[in-house]
Design a protein around this ligand. Structure first.
Ligand SMILES: Cc1cc2nc3c(=O)[nH]c(=O)nc-3n(C[C@H](O)[C@H](O)[C@H](O)COP(=O)(O)OP(=O)(O)OC[C@H]3O[C@@H](n4cnc5c(N)ncnc54)[C@H](O)[C@@H]3O)c2cc1C
Length: 323
């Protein structure tokens, strides 16, 4: 019996959500009186792998296979299935981002394991495991009871936080049998954004909507992002109208993000938009309409015209940084 947590990396460094997932897995393991094994796929050095121990993983299974160059659902599912069996895991934890969304349901079917997607808390009971999850794009919560011996959980980002619990982990090379698996995804070329902060990994996101009136008004949005070291984002109609690239569109049909700080300039706060940002730690909304739904979601609100608020905010932050 163990809790297996699948942790992702980008450019050979664990993603920021990896440590929250380990912390969450450790809390479950402690409640179940067992230990946590972290599974890592990719070329990571010992120093990075050891970081899993900082958050309480007692074992790290590391798979460094040059044939695995990108997410391949079939390959990843097979790796996870073999890791679960090797480790005797009864609870499997992973993120609810693109990888978790692609792999968890496949693994659930393969292992006949009950699954809780988008969990927002630790189990409220363990026999059977009952966990709260988001439903209707975060408008409501449901308590899911899992009645299978194996349980797969994908955690909504920023739901549990990062908690240190330092131990020295055992690092073990993991070589699953992939001889019967067909590699169907191959990376032919990679285009790297230079000088830009990756939206899905950003700590601060400056986002704007149709209230900006047109693409010609995006200068101050970019300037604020620059001053804060933030990534830029937008609502869907902004991307649909071609004011901004679709890679910036956040929400139900766009990217789901979880920064520490999210600015929404001239965004109404439709449920489909909020679905993509509700895991943000702090939301600041700027809207000229005091009745705009975004204020129900926001932690801080400024009722005002974006054209006036943006330059004043930029100036205030520049002044603050100068001291
Ligand atoms: C199936 C489906 C999926 C969808 N998926 C997404 C999604 O993933 N992401 C997403 O964002 N949307 C999504 N939408 C669209 C969503 O329903 C909303 O239409 C959209 O989020 C609204 O974008 P907006 O807030 O930028 O524009 P609007 O709704 O037009 O709101 C503009 C806001 O700006 C304010 N404003 C105007 N001028 C100013 C000013 N000068 N200063 C300050 N404030 C000002 C207004 O008061 C208003 O609140 C989806 C819709 C459907 C049906």
């Amino acid at each position: 019996m163990s809790v297996l947590v699948f942790i992702e990396n980008r450019e050979s460094r664990f993603t920021k959500s990896a440590f929250e997932l380990i912390s969450y897995a450790c809390r479950i393991a402690s409640d179940l009186n067992t230990s946590v094994t972290a599974l890592s796929i990719g070329n990571l050095d010992a120093a990075e792998l050891n970081k899993a121990g900082t958050y309480g993983a007692s074992k790290v299974l590391t798979l460094q296979n040059p044939d695995i160059t990108t997410l391949d659902n079939v390959v990843y599912t097979s790796i996870l299935e073999q890791a679960v069996k090797l480790d005797g895991a009864t609870v499997i934890v992973m993120g609810s981002g693109f990888v978790g969304k692609a792999i968890a349901p496949r693994l659930s079917a393969r292992l006949q394991a009950g699954m809780v997607p988008y969990a927002t808390s630790i189990p409220s009971s363990y026999n059977p495991i009952t966990i709260r999850k988001k439903t209707f794009s975060g408008k409501a919560f449901t308590d899911i009871e899992v009645n299978t011996p194996l349980c797969i959980i994908t955690l909504s980002p920023n739901s549990f936080g990062v908690h240190e619990s330092a131990i020295t982990p055992q690092i073990l090379e993991f070589n699953p049998d992939l001889s019967s698996v067909t590699f169907s995804t191959k990376v032919e070329s990679t285009e790297k954004f230079s000088g830009k902060i990756l939206l899905s990994e950003a700590d601060i996101v400056v986002s704007a909507g149709r209230g900006m009136k047109g693409p010609e008004n995006w200068g101050p949005v970019e300037e604020l992002a620059e001053v804060l070291g933030a990534a830029t984002a937008c609502s869907r109609p902004v991307a649909d109208e071609g004011w901004r690239p679709h890679a910036e569109h956040v929400g139900q049909t766009g990217k789901v993000i979880a920064p520490n700080l999210y600015f929404a300039f001239g965004i109404s706060g439709a449920i489909q938009h909020v679905a993509g940002i509700s895991s943000s730690k702090v939301i600041v909304a700027i809207n000229k309409d005091p009745e705009a739904p975004i204020f129900e979601t926001a932690d801080y609100g400024i009722v005002g015209d974006v054209q006036k608020v943006l330059p004043e905010l930029i100036q205030a932050i520049k002044t603050l940084k100068a001291h």
